[in-house]
Design a protein around this ligand. Sequence first.
Ligand code: FMN
Length: 153
Amino acid sequence: MDKSALFKLGYGVYIVSSLQDKKYNAQIATCINKDNLTHEYIEKSGVFGVSILEQDTPMTFIGKFGFKSGRDINKFEDTVYEIGVTGAPLITESSSAILEAKVVSKMDTGTHTMFIGEVQNCNNLSDKPALTYDYYHNVKKMKSPKTAPTYNA
Ligand SMILES: Cc1cc2nc3c(=O)[nH]c(=O)nc-3n(C[C@H](O)[C@H](O)[C@H](O)COP(=O)(O)O)c2cc1C
């Protein structure tokens, strides 16, 4: 099986954010790995934010949200964000749009949980093109970490 075939599915690269007891966290994701801190926050708060990343998002920014855990660093310390109507932190930096949702259902896929959200609010921030997985892999030549469902050893 050549898993690189799956990279041809069109998909965006997003930041998913959530909170617990006024502490904020976020990670790059489509569905959420059960070991990640963001998973714990979404389970407990029942809300999450999504930031649609711009194509020219700096790799250092992706490094912070996609390769580091909120268990080790405070990712919000030097990040531009606002608090949404759900209370979820919404990252506005390098993002062309933001949305926030409350969890109405979820699906256990083994390693990951797919949270189904009902959108409570959303806004446009710029008209810049969105960062897609195709651009991420083939133009930026970046890899996915082991916790990402798109990881290919
Ligand atoms: C391009 C890219 C895609 C990713 N996709 C996912 C994903 O879909 N699900 C996931 O759980 N982690 C994904 N990750 C990895 C998480 O962002 C990473 O494990 C992060 O450090 C988790 O942070 P946390 O522990 O603070 O929640 C992805 C990372 C990158 C760079």
